[in-house]
Design a protein around this ligand. Sequence first.
Ligand code: ADP
Ligand code: MG
Length: 364
Amino acid sequence: MDLNVKVAVRCRPMSSREKQRGCKEIITMNGNSVTIKKPEDGDAGHGDDEEKQFTFDYCYFTDSEQQSVYTDLGVPLVTQALDGFNGTIFAYGQTGSGKTFTMMGNDAMPGIIPTLNNGLFHMLDERMEKIEADNEKEGLKAETKFQVTVSFLEIYNEIIKDLLNPSSKHLKIRENPEMGIYVEDLCNLIVKTPQDIINLIDQGNTVRRVAATNMNEQSSRSHSCFTIKIEQMTTTQLEGGKERKKLVKAKLNLVDLAGSERASKTGASGATLKEGANINKSLMALGTVINALAEGGSGKRKHIPYRDSQLTRLLQESLGGNSATVMIAALSPADYNYDETLGTLRYANRAKNIENAVVRNEDV
Ligand code: ADP
Ligand code: MG
């Protein structure tokens, strides 16, 4: 199965600070299209059209609900994962545009990561019932066991850290035919209940926050990746006392990228500027990879510079590889952010052209 990257855009409501500044809304949506209007006396983009329109697979406006974003984007990936297909969701956009709100959310409005984890267990139960009913109907003596493991990491300044097992260790990305791309020594913890996962998410988020305040850094400068692995082992009793074992596995990557803004606008200087440069290295590499893939077309063998950054290496299988991929581009509605928002829309527009080759992970 060949699948294009699915691209969604989500516009958050105007913040109170933007309202206080007297910002105007420049984003409108109509069905699957989004229009951005150039601010009246903005100096940005001379000679540009007054309005630009883009279409995406999904458009969510300021009043969209967390649940509908999950239902549209998360549920299909979980369903596919139970059939052995990998999936990835990544959130892109400038700092403050709503990436973390969409991926993680808060207690009152949980985002994709906690909601998907919860949903996964319900869907596993349903799947188990269906498998058992099917076996009974066909008179098969078979047993299926599921195992769910999670990991949670952060890439900051091109250094990978384990958020579930904090240490000063710098983790390395490796690759082998059996495991694909993986992070060496990263904790993969077995989870049995939705509450197990919630606890781990909280633990990881706390580590992120503590690190951020201790070193006077902002979590907006790091990329985080929450990965869920689902393995199903089915043992079928065959005639003559033989057994057939089938392993179906899938990996879901849920990625909250660092802010996409350029260093100049954030007023970064000194140490923070260097961080910005490194983050730009990962995000720039992501942009280069997306461009190369978008231009590549199918069938052509072209060099894609995945190895240029940790982020692109980690996401390699999700970009033009073996994964159904969803990109969520987060937008601010305010005229003050025109340049960044237009940049995000253009970036997202290019990502639509990437084709992934998704294959089922099954071993008999
Ligand atoms: P980012 O992770 O992109 O830097 P955040 O997710 O932290 O941005 O969002 C910035 C602020 O805007 C937060 O206070 C968040 O709660 C709020 N926010 C973001 N998206 C939405 C939304 N769709 N609806 C309501 N509030 C939102
Ligand atoms: Mg964030």
